[in-house]
Write a protein that binds this ligand. Structure first.
Ligand code: BGP
Length: 470
């Protein structure tokens, strides 16, 4: 659609940026925090671990002041369950509660809206030892944890995110590290875990509406539009298959209270549908999220399945690299899009498609909670970081948000990944995302100095001009 006039970004648009607790905080065993699965899982030895990360736990005041200098209107961060309830349930750790209260207040002091993710991959290890998300007791534990957050911060936080990228945890369980011994759960177990997370999420949303009358809550999924590799109708079916199984089967449940019809049929056909107990449907119904949070990095291009093992690519995948699934889809190349150094498709126009599709399906306002480009930034001898590739990436994606707004999509804000450099899930500090450079190497912590990159000054201007001159 070519418009006569583009709409502006809304006046109260949340110009923000994101992080997650385990990737940025460090202080992994301080002030009463217990280990999470992230602390206990195996990660590649050649990259930084999560023990110190960017030391945000100790430096959040300095960091939030820098965010304010950049002009941020929102900061999306996650709370570590293991700081609030070190035993997963039961006794509340006041030091953890105070820490996040201080962070929320530091945001407010600078006029920054805190956007709180309650769970970003870091299940308490003590709960994992009791079966983790296989165990229905973890549902109650999550709801208990959420109740503590709503009680403690309900007056000071408006935007809540339930679970970050549940679809990544189920479809790419190895993405967040490998359990000792390297054995991942079976698909049957994963979809049972998924069902339990869905129940936990629905209960958390209902509880939020009861306990925080001003609160707004939504799921945060990794969404990706799929293109058919050709106009062969069989490719189109395959692209739809995978778009449903990767995206909508996860987003339909919080919004509509049940799985996508095709998604559910697939689970039944493969013998991996979860056990549904009496009362589960009632629990899932009527959770009424207030918005949809979306992490968007790339699109995928999909060809028809050949129905044999050759559907699956013989290489390593991650949350953005589609590997294929026998009888469902085959990954295909797209000559019209770019790729990052790490093989992630760069597709700003696909962002607009994904936004349109998500809004069309759910008619909920959309908050972008991640989007960005990982790169090995270089700190120059004069202390500057010239990350023009990041500016290009973000500008191109913001242009598409503006088009999507003009298309009629209701947008709440944009919180790209990441506010400052964090430990990448797969590549430590070799792959950076931040507007602010954190001066450390994989193993040499140096002084962890904060240095604004070129993108920091660019984003500052974008925000000051309300995105008018991208
Ligand atoms: C998302 C996760 C983030 C972050 C990001 C970048 O899937 O929600 O936590 O890690 O991906 O991923 P990576 O660090 O692997 O490049």
């Amino acid at each position: 659609m070519i418009y006569e006039k583009l709409l502006d970004f809304p006046k109260d648009f949340l110009w923000g940026a994101s992080t997650s607790a385990y990737q940025v905080e460090g202080a992994w065993d301080e002030d009463g925090k217990s280990p999470s699965i992230i602390d206990m899982y195996e990660h590649p030895k050649e990259y930084a671990d999560f023990k110190v990360a960017s030391d945000h736990y100790h430096r959040y005041e300095e960091d939030i002041a820098l965010f304010a200098q950049m002009g941020l209107k929102a900061y999306r961060f996650s709370i570590a369950w293991t700081r609030i309830l070190p035993q997963g349930t039961g006794e509340v750790n006041q030091a953890g509660v105070e820490h996040y209260r201080n962070m929320i207040r530091a945001c407010r002091k600078h006029g920054i809206e805190p956007v709180v993710t309650m769970y970003h991959f870091d299940l308490p290890w003590c709960l994992e030892e009791k079966g983790g998300w296989n165990n229905r007791a973890t549902i109650d534990a999550f709801v208990e944890y959420c109740a503590v957050l709503f009680r403690e911060y309900g007056d000071e936080v408006t935007y809540w995110l339930t679970i970050n990228e549940q679809n990544t945890m189920i479809l790419h369980p190895g993405a967040i590290g490998l359990p000792k011994g390297g054995k991942l759960p079976s698909r049957k177990e994963l979809y049972q875990q998924n069902h339990h997370m869905m129940l936990a999420q629905a209960r958390a949303m209902k509880l939020c509406h009861q306990m925080c009358p001003k609160g707004k809550i939504g799921p945060a999924l990794n969404l990706t539009a799929m293109y058919p590799a050709t106009c062969d109708p069989a490719d189109s079916i395959a692209a739809h298959n995978w778009e449903v199984l990767r995206c909508w089967n996860f987003a339909d449940v919080p919004v509509y209270g049940w799985y996508h019809p095709l998604g559910w049929r697939y689970l039944e056909d493969r013998g991996i549908a979860p056990e549904v107990l009496e009362g589960d449907r009632e629990t899932l119904a009527g959770a009424n999220p207030d918005f949809l949070a979306m992490n968007y990095y790339s699109t995928a291009t999909i060809a028809a399945s050949r129905g044999d093992a050759s559907d699956v690519a013989p290489r390593a995948g991650d949350q953005q690299i589609m590997l294929g699934e026998q009888g469902v889809y085959r990954p295909a190349e797209n000559p019209y899009v770019g790729k990052t150094k790490y093989g992630w498709v760069v597709d700003p126009v696909g962002f607009r498609s994904t936004l349109r599709r998500a809004y069309e399906r759910y008619r909920l306002p959309i908050l972008i909670t991640e989007n960005g480009i990982g790169a090995p930034d270089t700190l120059e001898a004069d202390g500057t970081i010239h990350d023009q590739y990041r500016i290009d990436f973000l500008r191109d994606h913001l242009e598409q948000i503006r088009l999507a707004i003009t298309d009629g999509v209701e947008m709440l804000g944009y919180c790209p990944w990441a506010a400052l450099d964090v430990v990448s899930t797969h590549q430590g500090y070799a792959k950076r995302y931040g507007f602010i450079y954190v001066d450390r190497d994989e193993f040499d912590l140096k002084e962890l100095r904060r240095i604004p990159k070129d993108s920091f000054y660019w984003y500052q201007k974008v925000i000051a001009q309300q995105g008018k001159n991208l």
